[in-house]
Every structure is written in C-alpha cells, then in structure tokens.
Design a protein. Structure first.
Length: 437
C-alpha cells in the first residue's frame, strides 16, 4: 500500500466515528432555514452539503483543508527550479489534510507516472469525433469511455463491504487523474495541431508533463501547476462539484461521476467565464486601437459600460468580499513574467480603477476581481488561443478536488442524495399563510 493510501486509510478510520456520532446523537439539530427565494432561486446559500476538502471564506477566499491559497502555495513542495508547487502535493493535501514532505510528493508523482498510460481505445474514441466538435464534449466522452476500467464497479458487483468502498474509489481516482493531461493534450493536438501529438515524459511531474505535451516551454509548466491547483476545488455547492457529488451518491464510479461533472462545467454560466473576460478585453483593445490606455480612458469606458446596463466581466463573486486570492496569485505571476504583455497591461489598469468605480456605482456587493479576470490572459500569452479549450484545463484542475470528495463520500458512507420537492401552489399557500401572521 502506498504512503498516501495508508495515510488516507488512517485518517478515514479516525474520521468515521465523528460522522456517525453527529448522525446518531445530533441528527435533529437545525443548521439552516429554507426560504421560498432559495427554493426557487437555485438553493443559493442554503447550507445543505458537507465537505471537509475545501471551504469558501468570504474574507480569505478558498481554503484547502483549512489552509489559505497563499499558505498552500508557500508550504507545498516544489519541483527543482519551479516557482509553483507539485499538483500531486495538492492532491495529497486535499485527501489527508496534511502538507506532504518532498518524499511523500515524490511517491504520489511516481504513482501518477505508473498509471498515466491511456488505453488505445480512448485515442480511437477521440479520433472518431469530427474535428468541429467542442473539446468539452470529447473530454467528457473520453472519460466516460473508461468506465470499463473501473475497479469500484467490478468490486461492487463482485460483493464488497461498504466500509471498503473508498479503496477502489481511490484506485479509480488516481488512475483517472494520472491520465487527464494525456487526454487533454491529445484532444488539443487533434483539434488545433493537425493531430501532431507529443509523447508524454514519465520523468516529469503532472504540471510539467502537461506543458511538455502541449509543446510550450518554461514557464508554462508553472502556469499549468498554478492553474490546476487554484481550480482544484471550490466547496461542494457549485455546479461541477455538486454534479460530481450527486452522481457519485448513486454509487456511480469515478468515470461516470467526473464525466457528468465535466458536462456541468461546460455550461456557459459556470466554466466559460474566463472566455467571456478575454473576449471583452480583446474588444476593449480593439476599441482603443491597440494602444495602452490611460487610467482616465479606462475609467470612462467602465462607466460607459455600466451606464449601458452591462457588467464588467471578471469582477464580483457570489461569496467573496475581497480580491479573489486566485486572482492575486495569477497577478503576481503576471507581474513577474507578463509585465509587457498588452492584455495584461489592460488587466492591470482595470484592477487599479474598476473596484473604486463599482463601489461608487453601488450595485456590486463585491467590487473585486475574481479568478476569471486573468486566467484567460495567461493562456493566451503562452499561445493557447483557442477559447473553447480553456474549460478543459479548468476540468483537469476541478477533477482533483471532486475525486478527493468522492473518495471521502465513500469512506464516510454518505447516502444517495434525494431532496424533497414542493409545488408552486404549495409555496403560494405557505406565502399567504406567512402573510396572515
């Protein structure tokens, strides 16, 4: 048994009594109340899910196992000569709650390299798609196709104790995560590089190997590490995380669950925001005739945009009440590597003027930039200019957190999700009854 798997088993054995005690002794304790607005409005803000993997703090941003993102990037081990940590170290942290040592990260990286080989039929499935297909449709299908590889499915049908469900789920998760960079880079080669594929390098870490297969030199390896880590998890309530959790609650295997998650991520209200930001930025550059604008020119443009009833893409967040730490990490990278990039110059000026304007405008609860305000700019700078592919990169990162959640769902025996519905007429009666009080 690998070091990570043994550590995870020990954590599970210690955690199970906590969950069992809460259900048995405190199951009737009320933690929230549901309003009609929440029931109709997508359950936004309703506290009804449990995850210990990450938590979105309004002031600190996303926390992975209690660590802020700046702490994660500071504490996780880094490959030799790299600015950004191992993605494999982030997985170790999400699964165990512990910061891994260099040796523990090396063990996970070795596990990934042992599991990275993609079955031939997956290449054939990808090749069978028309070249005009959306990369997310191919990505989801390629993952779904590997359902036949599932250890969990085989163990379940053979008969396995439910306390051991997490074990084959762990194996499936590592097998899938190790293969995602190969799947993504092969899809990219098929759609945008005339099928010219670059073979993977078994001596590289996940982020480095992905950059290698994309054929993009340093520091794109650090871009990949940073991108996958900052997108790894975002609590359980967003569409992709909740979809993966929901499908997994039926005891579907990792391949079925992550394929469903990818489909949710592909929706324009969830995973496409960085594309919209980049498209808006490039339109702004065109309007400014490609010159670097003054702060006053940008201020006027922002006010004109707001007064016309439009929003400023990349600004605001449903929960955060300060600058998204994921944005700040990317901004720091850009200041070091993209300082002379035209799109970054626009992004930088917007960062300097938009928050104050939104405060004065008075309609934004959070006037600060979020993760999407800059991620597309970085990809574009390093030559990944195909907008539709950005969500595939998002999907690689998000799979890390969701697989960690699915493993722990199995370990703690979380049941099938089955909320109760009400009718509109029932809500109207409740509203009238409340009004009469």
């Amino acid at each position: 048994m690998s070091n990570l798997k043994q550590k995870l088993k020990d954590k599970i054995d210690l955690w199970r009594p906590r969950t069992a005690k809460l259900i048995k002794e405190h199951g009737d304790v009320v933690i929230d109340q549901v309003t009609i607005g929440q029931a109709i409005g997508g359950m936004r803000g309703l506290k009804s899910l449990v995850t210990d993997i990450s938590y979105l703090d309004p002031q600190e941003g996303i926390r992975y196992r209690g660590y802020t993102l700046p702490e994660v990037f500071e504490k996780l081990p880094k490959p030799t000569g790299a600015e950004m940590p191992y993605v494999e170290g982030a997985l170790y942290l999400l699964l165990t709650g512990d910061i891994p040592t260099d040796k523990e990260v090396a063990d996970v990286a070795d596990e990934f390299n042992k599991r990275r080989i993609l079955p031939r039929y997956v290449y054939e499935v990808i090749d069978a798609f028309p070249s005009v297909s959306h990369p997310m449709a191919i990505f989801s299908t390629a993952i779904l196709t590997m359902h036949r590889e599932s250890f969990f499915s085989k163990k379940y049908h053979a008969g396995i104790n439910k306390n051991d469900y997490w074990d084959p789920m762990y194996e499936d998760s590592l097998n899938l995560l190790a293969k995602l960079p190969e799947i993504a880079s092969y899809i990219y080669a098929k759609l945008y590089r005339d099928g010219n594929r670059i073979q993977s390098n078994p001596n590289m870490d996940m982020g480095g190997n992905y950059a290698h297969m994309m054929g993009i030199p340093k520091p794109y390896d650090d871009v990949s590490r940073m991108h996958f880590i900052i997108h790894a998890d975002h609590e359980s309530g967003n569409v992709s995380a909740h979809t993966g959790h929901l499908v997994g609650s039926s005891l579907s295997d990792v391949y079925l669950s992550i394929s469903a998650m990818i489909n949710g991520l592909a929706g324009p209200l969830h995973g496409l925001a960085n594309q919209e930001v980049l498209r808006w930025l490039q339109d702004l550059v065109h309007r400014m005739d490609g010159k670097v604008p003054t702060r006053e020119e940008i201020k006027q443009f922002v006010w004109d945009t707001l007064n016309s009833g439009q929003v400023i893409p990349g600004y605001g967040h449903a929960v955060l009440r300060k600058t998204d730490p994921r944005y700040s990490l990317q901004r720091e990278f850009c200041l070091n590597h993209l300082k002379d990039d035209l799109l970054f110059k626009y992004t930088d000026i917007l960062y300097q003027v938009v928050p104050d304007i939104l405060k004065e405008h008075g309609k934004a609860k959070n006037p600060w930039p979020n993760v999407d305000a800059q991620s597309g700019v970085i990809q574009w700078h390093y030559g990944v200019t195909e907008y539709d592919f950005y969500t595939v990169l998002f999907g690689i990162g998000r799979s890390i957190g969701i697989t960690a959640n699915l493993i722990w769902d199995r370990a703690l025996g979380y049941p099938l999700e089955r909320p109760k519905s009400v009718t509109t007429e029932m809500l109207e009666k409740m509203a009238m009854k409340s009004k009469m009080k």
